[in-house]
Design a protein around this ligand. Structure first.
Ligand code: ADP
Length: 708
C-alpha cells in the first residue's frame, strides 16, 4: 500500500487551544510594546527638537548680545559732541530693537546723554532712573575694574499702565588716551531680545523665556505658551550676569489617538487581530475539512479492503504504486513485495516477453484512447505457481489538474467462473448424451423391426440357396440353372445385408457424432440428415412425412449435430402427439425451412409442424421447463435442451397452436408448429423466397428406409 495513511486519531484540541492562546497573548504584548515604543520615540523626537531650538536660541542670543556690545562700544563719540552721539544712539536704537535706552555717563556715573528706543514708552517715565541705579552701578564698577563691558543683574522696570519690562544694563567703559572718561550704558530689554531671537517658525511652536535659578520667569518671548512637557534650558553666559534660557515647546505629550504613527500602529494591530480571527476561523474550517477527508479516506480504505475485485495502480513507467488486499490475496504476494519487484512476480515466466511488449504498447499510448474499455483477458500466476485466468479493466489515472500519472486496473479472478462454466458445460453434455441415448433407446425397437425385414430376407435367401445346393441333380447331371440361381440369391443376401448395415450405420452415426465445430451447411442437408430416423419413427405410427425447403436453399452456420438433435426431438414430439388422437389419414409431419422476411427480423426458420391435438394450456406455460412431461416414459428434457441449444446459436425457439382442420370442431386445434429461427449467414435473396418444395425435396439419406 502506498497511499498515505489518513489521520484517523481525533485531533488534540487542548494543545491547539493553548497554542492559539499563546499566540494571542504574544500578539497583545507585541502590540502594546509597539505602541509604547512608538510613543517614546515620538517623545524623544519632540525633546530633540526642543533641545535643538534651545541650542539655536542660545547661539542667536550670544550673537545678538555681541552685536549690542559692538554697537555700544561704537558709541565712542568725542566728549561734548552731543549731537553726534545722539545721532549714533538713535541709529543704534532703531537697528537693534532689544536696546531700550542708551546713556552716556561721565566717569562718576552721572548721566550726560540719554536716548530712548522709539518703539516703546520712555523706560523710566514711571520710576525715576535714579531709583534703579544700584544694579547699573555694580555693573559699571565691574566694567571699570575690568575695563571691559559688563552686564548688570536683570531688574524689573515698571512701565505706565501697570505693565513693566525685565531689563539688564550693559555698562561699557569709555576711554580716551588710556584714561577712563565715562561709560556707555545700554538697557537691554529681555522680552525684545527673545522676540528678536525667535524666528517666525520657532515662534509658532516654542516659548522662549529667561528664568532665574529657582525657576522664576524673568521674561518671555513668542506668541505661544509652552506646554511645560518638552523643556530645554541653556545658560547664556553674559559677562557679569549669567542668564538661564528656557525653551518650552507648546507640544504636549503625544497622546494615543491623534498621533499618526500610533494610529498606524493601532490600525495595524487591529488588522492583525482581524487576521488572527480569520486565521482561527480558517483553522476551524480546515480542521472540519480534514475530519471529513479523514472520514472519507477511512471509508474509501474500508471499501477498498472489503472489495473482492483486485485493484492495481501503476505509474507511467509501469511500476506498481498501489494494490489492494484483494489483489494481494489473489496473487499471493504482499503489497511491499509487489511494489519492490522489478518485474511483476505474478507474470508467468513463459509469458514475460509477451506481457512486456503489451505493457510497453499500452504505456506508449499517452492517454487511455488505446485502452480497451471492455477489458481484456489474460493469465496471472499465483505464488504457488498456479496459473489462473483474469479479466483486467484499465483506465488512465488522472489527477485533479488533468495530468495523467499512470493507470488504474480492476482485476477479476476468472478461475471460479471458469470452473462453473466447465461444470455447466459438462452437465449440458451429459444431459444431451442422456437425451440422445434415450432417443436411441426408443429407436432400438424400431431398429429391430427394420432389421427384421432384411434379416428374414437374408435368412430365406440363404435357406433357398442351401436347398438349391442340396437338391439331387436331375438325371445325374448338375442343374445348369443352379449357379445362376445361387448367384442371384447371394446377391440378394449381400443387398439385404448392406441395407441392414446402412440402417445400423445411420443410428450409429447419429449417436456417435460429437464434434461441436460450427460449420456452414445448407438447410436441406440438415433436414436430410435427420430424415431417415424421423421416417423410421413416423412409419411405425403411420405418419406421412413432408419436407418443404425454400429456394434458393438457405444456409446457416451451426453445430450440425446439435441442431439435428433439435430437429429430431421436435419431430419425435410431433409424431408422438399424433399417435392416437389424430385419424390415420390426417397424420402428417411437415419439416420446413424458410427465409424469415426482414420485417420479422431476418433469419432462417426451421418449422416442425404436426397435426396433433395441440399443447394443453397448463403444459404450454411450463413447456420449456426441464422435467415437464405428460408422457409416462418421458423425461421432459427435450424442449428445454432444444431451446438452450438454439439460444447458444444466437437463435430463438417458439411454438404456435394451429387452427382447426376442415371437418373438425372449431375449438379443436389443428396441430402444433415448433419454429426454430437461426441467424442468417447471408441476407435473404430477393424476391422473398418461400416456394414450397414438393416432397421429397431432398433425397432420403438412407435408401433402406423408404417414406411410408
Ligand atoms: P418429453 O418428450 O420427454 O415429455 P419434451 O420436453 O420434449 O419432453 O416435451 C414436454 C411436453 O411437451 C411433452 O410431454 C408434451 O406433453 C408436450 N409436447 C411437446 N411437443 C408437443 C407437440 N408437438 N404436440 C403436443 N404436445 C407436445
Amino acid at each position: 500500500m502506498s497511499l498515505p495513511a489518513p489521520p484517523l486519531a481525533p485531533p488534540r484540541t487542548r494543545p491547539r487551544l493553548l497554542l492559539w492562546g499563546m499566540l494571542v497573548a504574544l500578539l497583545g504584548v507585541a502590540q502594546s510594546a509597539l505602541v509604547v515604543l512608538t510613543l517614546r520615540y515620538e517623545q524623544a523626537r519632540a525633546l530633540d527638537r526642543t533641545e535643538d531650538v534651545a541650542t539655536a536660541a542660545q547661539g542667536e542670543i550670544r550673537r545678538r548680545t555681541q552685536l549690542v556690545l559692538q554697537g555700544v562700544q561704537g558709541l565712542q563719540a568725542p566728549a561734548g559732541d552731543a549731537l553726534a552721539w545722539r545721532r549714533h544712539a538713535d541709529e543704534l536704537l532703531r537697528s537693534q530693537r532689544e536696546i531700550g535706552r542708551l546713556e552716556r555717563r561721565d566717569a562718576r556715573l552721572r548721566i550726560v546723554e540719554a536716548a530712548e528706543t522709539p518703539f516703546l514708552e520712555p523706560l523710566f517715565s514711571r520710576l525715576p532712573r535714579a531709583e534703579m541705579e544700584v544694579e547699573t552701578e555694580v555693573a559699571c564698577s565691574s566694567a571699570r575694574r575690568l575695563m571691559s563691558p559688563s552686564f548688570s543683574r536683570s531688574q524689573f522696570v515698571p512701565l505706565p499702565g501697570g505693565l513693566g519690562i525685565e531689563a539688564v544694563d550693559v555698562c561699557a567703559p569709555l576711554q580716551e588716551a588710556g584714561e577712563l572718561v565715562g561709560f556707555t550704558v545700554a538697557t537691554l530689554l529681555l522680552p525684545q531680545l527673545l522676540d528678536e531671537v525667535l524666528g517666525a517658525e520657532i515662534g509658532r511652536s516654542h516659548e522662549l523665556s529667561f528664568v532665574e535659578g529657582d525657576g522664576t520667569r524673568l521674561a518671555r518671548g513668542g506668541a505661544v505658551r509652552g506646554a511645560g512637557v518638552f523643556v530645554a534650558e541653556r545658560l547664556v553666559d553674559l559677562p557679569g550676569a549669567p542668564l538661564q534660557l528656557r525653551v518650552d515647546a507648546m507640544e504636549r505629550a503625544p497622546s494615543l489617538i491623534p498621533n499618526l504613527a500610533t494610529a498606524l500602529v493601532l490600525g495595524l494591530s487591529l488588522a492583525l487581530s482581524a487576521v488572527v480571527v480569520l486565521l482561527v476561523r480558517d483553522g476551524r474550517r480546515r480542521h472540519a475539512a480534514e475530519e471529513a477527508l479523514a472520514e472519507s479516506l477511512a471509508f474509501r480504505r474500508a471499501m477498498e479492503d472489503s472489495l473482492l475485485t483486485g485493484l492495481r495502480a501503476r505509474d507511467r513507467q509501469g511500476r506498481i504504486v498501489y494494490v489492494n488486499p484483494a489483489f494481494c490475496k489473489m496473487v499471493g504476494y504482499s503489497a511491499d513485495e509487489l511494489q519492490q519487484a522489478a518485474l511483476p512476480p505474478y507474470w508467468p515466466p513463459e509469458r514475460v516477453g509477451e506481457y512486456q511488449r503489451r505493457q510497453a504498447e499500452r504505456l506508449a499510448a499517452a492517454t487511455g484512447a488505446g485502452m480497451p474499455h471492455e477489458g481484456y483477458e489474460t493469465v496471472f500466476m499465483r505464488r504457488d505457481g498456479e496459473r489462473f485466468p483474469v479479466m483486467i479493466y484499465e483506465a488512465p489515472l488522472v489527477t485533479g489538474t488533468g495530468k495523467q500519472t499512470g493507470w488504474m486496473s480492476a482485476v477479476l479472478d476468472l478461475s471460479a467462473q471458469r470452473r462453473v462454466e466447465e461444470l455447466s458445460r459438462q452437465q449440458q453434455e451429459r444431459l444431451q448424451a442422456t437425451a440422445r441415448l434415450a432417443s436411441v433407446g426408443e429407436m432400438a425397437s424400431l431398429l429391430s423391426h427394420e432389421l427384421n425385414q432384411p434379416l428374414s430376407a437374408i435368412a430365406s435367401y440363404a435357406t433357398g440357396s442351401l436347398n438349391l445346393m442340396d437338391a439331387p441333380p436331375l438325371g445325374g447331371e448338375p442343374d445348369p440353372e443352379l449357379l445362376p440361381s445361387l448367384r442371384h440369391a447371394l446377391q440378394r443376401i449381400t443387398e439385404q445385408a448392406e441395407r441392414a448395415g446402412r440402417v445400423i450405420k445411420s443410428v450409429h452415426d447419429f449417436v456417435r457424432r460429437r464434434h461441436q465445430a460450427h460449420e456452414v451447411i445448407a438447410a436441406d442437408l440438415l433436414i436430410e440428415s435427420v430424415l431417415p430416423l424421423v421416417r423410421l419413427q413416423a412409419r411405425k405410427v403411420g405418419v406421412r412425412v413432408e419436407v418443404d425447403v425454400a429456394q434458393p436453399v438457405p444456409r446457416v452456420k451451426v453445430d450440425r449435430t446439435m441442431v439435428e438433435q433439435v430437429l429430431l426431438n421436435l419431430a419425435r414430439n410431433g409424431i408422438q402427439a399424433m399417435d392416437g388422437p389424430t385419424p390415420l389419414a390426417d397424420r402428417v409431419l411437415t419439416l420446413r425451412a424458410q427465409w424469415v422476411p426482414a420485417a420479422q427480423g431476418r433469419g432462417v426458420r426451421f418449422s416442425v409442424i404436426d397435426t396433433g391435438p395441440g399443447i394443453p394450456a397448463d403444459v404450454a406455460q411450463r413447456l420449456f421447463t426441464p422435467f415437464v412431461t405428460t408422457k409416462p416414459e418421458g423425461m421432459g428434457l427435450g424442449l428445454s435442451l432444444c431451446r438452450t441449444v438454439i439460444e447458444q446459436h444466437g437463435g430463438t425457439m417458439d411454438f404456435e397452436t394451429l387452427p382447426a382442420r376442415p371437418g373438425t370442431p372449431a375449438d379443436q386445434p389443428g396441430g402444433t408448429a415448433f419454429h426454430v429461427t437461426l441467424p442468417p449467414l447471408t441476407p435473404p435473396p430477393a424476391p422473398p423466397p418461400g416456394l414450397p418444395a414438393v416432397e421429397p425435396a431432398v433425397e432420403p439419406a438412407a435408401p433402406g428406409l423408404p417414406v411410408r
